[in-house]
Design a protein around this ligand. Structure first.
Ligand SMILES: NC(=O)c1ccc[n+]([C@@H]2O[C@H](COP(=O)([O-])OP(=O)(O)OC[C@H]3O[C@@H](n4cnc5c(N)ncnc54)[C@H](O)[C@@H]3O)[C@@H](O)[C@H]2O)c1
Length: 269
């Protein structure tokens, strides 16, 4: 169990990918709990629309256009948000993109973009936003958005590159939790199944099957509610409704079987 942040009222949060989908739903759910917001996204128009939607909440809301794949953008946003909001208690490294397609079909640009946004976006958030959580010494929490695909590679929808980025986010989050043990900063990794957002429509090579699966997914509002409950409960892995249990059992069963078969006498490592 991660450490617990407790009551969210009066706290301040940074959300990346806040102009749409899960990030926007998190912004609404947090504002309803009395949290002030720093919203970041690459989509300037979407951010402005989010600010207008959230204004009636009465919370303090700041926005910044940034590209999470750029270290300098995230560093500058961290400084600006701290100057505007003061103590930051919650960070959601949520911005992400789909990168469907078979491994051989993707271009170098596709690969660079997928790892730039999905992996380096989280790395930059860890390097520049997490220090803000340390500064005030009070309870705090960071949530990295991975995916169910970070734990289990779908056998029928080709999205291995996306899975590779999200499996990196799971590993980064597990490492971050270990490194922050003993501090008052909790960590969670969000591993959603399909969530009904525009992510697949924005994707360069998404399949009809992926689009249909996402359109039939959980509502972002429901997911946001689950995330806030999980933060308060100190859960590390956060799952949304998904059919991947059998896939996970198969994957981990195969790994453990191989380990068992190949154990040789000697010093275990
Ligand atoms: N929708 C799903 O089924 C699903 C499932 C598992 C995981 N996820 C993950 O959830 C997160 C949110 O996705 P969503 O479904 O809400 O999608 P979305 O497309 O609705 O929202 C993603 C947001 O991230 C922003 N963004 C994209 N690239 C960016 C960049 N370089 N810098 C800053 N902002 C950028 C987009 O403008 C958008 O506002 C992503 O990390 C995604 O991989 C989504």
């Amino acid at each position: 169990m991660a450490s617990r942040i407790g009551d969210l009222n009066g706290k301040a949060a940074i959300i990346t990918g806040a102009a749409s989908g899960i990030g926007l739903a998190l912004a609404h759910a947090l504002a309803a709990k009395g949290v002030d917001l720093a919203l970041a996204d690459i989509d300037a128009n979407g951010l402005e629309a989010a600010r207008a939607e959230l204004a009636p909440s009465g919370r303090r809301i700041f926005t910044r256009v940034l590209d999470v794949s750029r270290d300098a953008d995230v560093r500058a946003a961290a400084l600006e948000f701290e100057a505007q909001l003061g103590a930051i208690h919650l960070v959601f490294n949520n911005a992400g993109i789909d990168m469907s397609g078979t491994l051989e079909s993707l271009s170098e640009e596709d690969w660079t973009r997928a790892f730039g946004v999905n992996v380096f976006g989280v790395i930059h958030g860890i390097r520049h936003f997490v220090p803000l959580l340390r500064r005030h010494g009070g309870p705090a929490h960071v949530v990295n958005t991975a995916s169910g695909a970070g734990l289990w590679v779908h056998s029928e929808i080709p999205m291995g590159a996306y899975a590779a980025t999200k499996s990196s986010v799971v590993a980064l989050s597990e490492a971050l939790e270990q490194e922050l043990r003993g501090t008052r900063i909790g960590v969670s990794v969000l591993c959603p199944g399909p969530v009904a957002t525009p992510i697949a429509e924005r994707s360069p090579h998404s399949s009809e099957r992926l689009r249909a699966s996402i359109a039939a997914g959980a509502s972002p509002q429901k997911v946001a509610g689950q995330v806030l409950d999980a933060i308060c409960a100190g859960e590390f892995y956060i799952f949304t409704p998904t059919r991947m249990k059998a896939g996970l059992e198969q994957r981990f069963g195969r790994i453990l079987d191989a380990l068992e078969r190949q154990q040789v006498a000697g010093t275990p490592t």
